[in-house]
Design a protein around this ligand. Structure first.
Ligand SMILES: [Zn+2]
Length: 381
């Protein structure tokens, strides 16, 4: 992650770069800013800059061996810690490192909700457990392997509980050339003992123009659409990116593709969909399921010849017409029931992966085998 890839926050970037060039790098720093401001991305870019072998005046070089490893979050002197949902008491952040790299490289503005989608979270509470604290102490006890600095980025220290006190010693008396970067959102939920031992870097939320520009340049939004999302997102890039996916056009494509896969009973492709859907984040998943329900309802209206009251845009209408020729009312009702049930469970924090797999299997039953999800009755036309 380079500074140039981070939206706005020019003053913070400059401050971080200056601290390196003026040799004022504090060994324990707390990046504190609201969700979607880019705290985690800034910490990673800062760490990459510190380790870069060919530092430019305003950014890391992006091509040296260190930068290349950093881009993949695979540098031996870069460590991460974050909340997770432990299945076994020995689970640590390292257990989930693959998912973590995937999540961050896909979206450096990820939230805990999005992160949850990468893990089999069930109803568990996220936390950073004592096993992880011990792991951190161990990791930081080694000398750096390749870089001048060994860096640990701890995302959301709010989830440390009182076990975090085990870390005080490494924060207070670190090994030489060891940096501890904490990235937090809520100051009052951090252990005071940790707060008092770190240098605070306050990160403001993004401004309207930064978000609008990003949406236009990188996400191909029209000026009007970008302005609308930027306005609604309140300076929160995570939210803005989520809203991009709320675009009903993409819901439409995703939903119709899903039905097609189920109709063709294409196992592997269905699993791929399940994977994609499980990473959308809860709000997005709920909206997607809601979109599906109303789309199927519109198909029923078309079947009933009530074209006049169907509100779909032209292209979606075409698909709905084709769909309504294949799906009869009993099937439509069975699918709607499944989607509504899924919505209910998503709201109650069901594991999205298991949930979307289950709904897919039910829809396959309905579409490919014409049986109701609950029984084996043939669905009449
Ligand atoms: Zn470099």
């Amino acid at each position: 992650m380079q500074f140039k890839d981070i939206i706005g926050q020019e003053a913070i970037k400059q401050r971080l770069i200056n601290s390196v060039n003026e040799n004022r790098v504090s060994h324990a720093q707390l990046f504190l800013g609201p969700e979607g401001a880019g705290g985690l991305a800034l910490a990673v870019a800062y760490a990459q800059y510190l380790s870069c072998e060919d530092k430019q005046p305003d950014d890391s070089c992006g091509v040296c061996p260190s930068c290349r490893k950093y881009q993949k979050l695979m540098h031996p002197d870069l460590h991460f810690s974050y909340p997770f949902f432990a299945k076994h008491k020995d689970d640590t952040a390292l257990t989930f490192i693959e998912q973590w790299r995937d999540a961050f490289t896909t979206n450096p503005y990820l939230s805990l909700d999005i992160w949850r989608g990468y893990l089999d979270a069930d109803n568990k509470q996220a936390n950073i457990n004592i096993a992880e604290c011990h792991q951190i102490i161990k990791k930081l006890s080694f000398k750096p392997f390749e870089s001048v600095y060994k860096i640990l980025i701890l995302w959301l220290p709010e989830y440390l509980d009182k076990e975090g006190n085990a870390l005080l010693k490494v924060i207070e008396e670190p090994q030489p050339n060891t940096l501890f970067l904490l990235v937090a959102q809520n100051q009052d939920q951090i252990l005071n003992t940790i707060l008092s031992r770190t240098q605070l870097i306050k990160i403001p939320c993004l401004n309207f123009e930064d978000i609008k520009g990003e949406l236009m340049n990188k996400h191909h939004q029209t000026e009007t659409a970008a302005a609308e999302i930027a306005y609604l997102s309140n300076g929160n890039m995570t939210e803005a990116l989520g809203m991009l996916q709320h675009d009903t056009k993409s819901y439409h494509t995703l939903f119709v593709d899903w039905l097609r896969l189920c109709f063709g009973n294409k196992g592997l492709d269905v699993l791929r969909f399940v994977d994609q859907a499980s990473k959308m984040g809860r709000e997005n998943q709920k909206n997607f399921l809601r979109y599906g329900t109303s789309f199927i309802r519109e198909c029923c209206l078309l079947r009933a010849g009530a074209d006049r009251i169907v509100k779909l845009p032209e292209q979606e209408l075409e698909t709905a017409k084709k769909m309504s020729a294949v799906i009869n009312n009993a099937m439509a009702q069975a699918i709607i029931t499944e989607l509504e049930k899924a919505h209910y469970h998503i709201e109650r924090n069901a594991n999205p992966k298991i949930l979307f797999l289950d709904v897919s299997l039910q829809i396959i039953k309905v579409l490919s085998f014409k049986i109701t999800p609950t029984g084996t009755h043939y669905i009449p036309n």
